[in-house]
Design a protein around this ligand. Structure first.
Ligand code: NAD
Length: 321
């Protein structure tokens, strides 16, 4: 009998996002070993105890709080540590605070001998994914930001709702920054195999009305985090499920297309920035980037978004040496 290596995931940051992610992993039976690390060691310990008490209802898994030495044989290290957005704060407002925290965390993970894949959730996620790539020295394909995975999920959910179709049959993407400069790739949005314009006709929706409604849907997607933070202080279930989906794509070597933040090297006429694009994810991390043939107006939005991110990378560049 061949016994394969245990699927081991380390979660750094057991706040709203990190603990919801650990809960998703346990509920979906994605990992066999889950280690929780937080500066607030009591919170990490408490979460491990609480999750272990659900074991009779889940697939067997070893769950415990630990320290960075546990990263040495981890398949995936997920970072959800750091400050989150306060009401009215943009994701980019967090950049300085979280870059300093990241330098310390990534150095500790790498000192353990870690040789797996980083998944980054902390905001501003594109900038901190770039920073993690720099701090870690790992190949870019093994440092993945959650990017617009959540924005794309929100978009698919809202479009599915609008057209009365299962969201899983909506193929549409939010590209660019996970933040205010993101945009929808309308040119590549389909329901089944029909364009939104064609699908609107089957639903007898007036084209002018559809255009107005779709713009409203995008604005709700873009501003969703603000709307949720106003109501309950933080967003975490959606991103936790997105991170669990990404983890599954890696551990099961799925070659799934997911919108994540990765390093561009000329794709979309852009380079040296981490930004949200659709990519094929497998056990090696980012296997390849899907480069949509965007029309000029969408390409312009992409380039503007990349510019915003590059300006923010510049702010934290001093930490890279
Ligand atoms: P939170 O404040 O609830 O949790 C953060 C945790 O990080 C806390 O438990 C804290 O003790 C821990 N921490 C802080 N410094 C640390 C360090 N040096 N080492 C280890 N642990 C440390 O915040 P949250 O709501 O869980 O959000 C976490 C991050 O995720 C934020 O940056 C937030 O903006 C981001 N987020 C991202 C997305 C996305 O789509 N990528 C969605 C929602 C939230």
């Amino acid at each position: 009998m061949i016994i394969t290596k245990t699927r081991k995931v380390v979660v750094v940051g057991a706040g709203f996002v990190g603990s919801s992610y650990a809960f998703s992993l346990v509920n979906q039976g994605i990992a066999e070993e889950i280690v929780i690390i937080d500066v607030n060691t009591s919170k990490a310990e408490g979460d491990a105890m609480d999750l272990n008490h659900g074991m009779p209802f889940a697939s067997p898994a070893k769950i415990y709080s630990g320290n960075y030495s546990e990263c040495h044989n981890a398949d995936v290290v997920v970072i959800a540590a750091g400050a989150n957005q306060k009401p009215g704060e943009t994701r980019l407002d967090l950049v300085e605070k979280n870059a300093k925290i990241f330098k310390e965390i990534v150095n500790k993970v790498m000192a353990s001998g870690f040789n797996g894949i980083f998944l980054i959730a902390t905001n501003p996620v594109d900038v901190l994914s770039y920073a993690t790539w720099k701090f870690s020295g790992l190949p870019a394909k093994r440092v993945i930001g959650s990017g617009t995975i959540l924005d794309t999920a929100r978009f698919r959910y809202m479009l599915g709702n609008y057209y009365g179709v299962d969201t899983r049959n909506v193929h549409a993407y939010i590209l660019g920054e996970h933040g205010d400069s993101e945009f929808p790739a309308w040119s590549h949005a389909y329901i089944g195999s029909q364009s939104l314009a064609d699908f609107s006709k089957t639903r007898n929706i007036d084209p002018v009305q559809a255009e107005k409604d779709l713009q409203g849907i995008f604005e709700n997607v873009r501003d969703a985090a603000y709307h949720i933070i106003e109501r309950k202080g933080a967003t975490y279930y959606g991103i936790a499920m997105g991170l669990a989906r990404l983890t599954k794509a890696i551990l099961n070597n799925e070659s799934s297309i997911l919108t994540i933040s990765t390093l561009l090297r000329g794709e979309y006429e852009t380079e040296d920035v981490y930004i949200g694009v659709p990519a094929i994810i497998d056990k090696h991390g980012v296997q390849s980037i899907l480069e949509f043939n965007l029309p000029p107006d969408e390409l312009e939005k992409f380039n503007k978004s990349a510019k915003v991110l590059k300006e923010n990378i510049r702010i934290i560049q001093k930490h890279f040496s």
